[in-house]
Write a protein that binds this ligand. Sequence first.
Ligand code: AHG
Ligand code: MN
Ligand code: MN
Length: 343
Amino acid sequence: MSIHGRSYRVITLNEFIIERQADFLHAKGELSRLLHHLGVAAKIVNKKINKAGLVDILGRAGDVNVQGEEVQKLDVFANEQFIAALRASGECCGIASEEDQTITVFDEGLSRDGRYVFCMDPLDGSSNIEVNVSVGTIFSIYRRRSEPGTPAQLEDFLQPGTAQVAAGYVIYGSSTMLVYTTGNGVNGFTLDPSIGEFCLSHPDIKTPTSGRIYSLNEGNHVHFPEGVKAYIRHCQKDDPATGRPYTSRYIGSLVSDFHRNLLKGGIFIYPPTGAAPKGKLRLVYECNPIAFVAEQAGGRASDGVGRILERKPVDLHERVPFFVGSRDMVSEAERFLADPPPR
Ligand code: AHG
Ligand code: MN
Ligand code: MN
């Protein structure tokens, strides 16, 4: 392709995955195939999400459509699509999902020998979908601990985030993107709907070391710990560099809020609150994958005290306070939490 006399070679997700296969120690192509199947499921979910605005024409969740089928909620649909795609890949021996209380074990055919387990939030920010705001899918891949050829165990999914072999997200926004890391930098691919391919659009993403955006649900302010309140006061003071306070931006979709801050520089916070004393977000399939991407882009992710990726999960659905984004901003927030200055 040639634009303004410069020639560009489009690199599709599949080409990129194959090129990078050598990055993985002992790579036999299994992880590559798994990522490929993930991309296919993302395209199917993307198509369905694009139709969500037609809900009054095609029917609401719980309705029966013209084919006589019940219309599903989109998070249930996304869950089923990703499970089906990964089951078909044969590389994955089980899945943990926000939508399912317990793990789903693929105990048949090739999957039994699969060396990987997959954790996901199939549709993040789902309450935003009916108002046409970006939503996402978050995923994380681990090498199993249990013996291949036996059923996957809960312990395979309860590994610290440092053991992730790949993680990332799909953002269904003004365009659809897949952003992922295998521990060797972060790369972003934009879906070109005309050819139905994810194309490399954001190679080797690096997040600014500091930024000017802070993102949290300030409606919960009265319930925040003193250190978080003090950090917000700091964000709202005139910054000597610009003569203005930081900018507040909060969509209420973790993937979208994080993605914006990743590219522009900023901090996303979901602190402990009165209603959610451990925070709201889930360690295994929300915070760990986002934290892996953040670190690989040069940012940081903390629970307020220490590195998110070093926490050993005890429960599939456990929640954790989350401070993620530009390195210097996360470190500064930690200092406010450890020692809140008086008002
Ligand atoms: P989900 O749609 O998967 O349940 O996640 C919603 C999450 C996350 O996307 C977002 O950051 C957060 O909930 C927003 O919570 P508040 O509405 O409490 O701000
Ligand atoms: Mn979520
Ligand atoms: Mn969800």
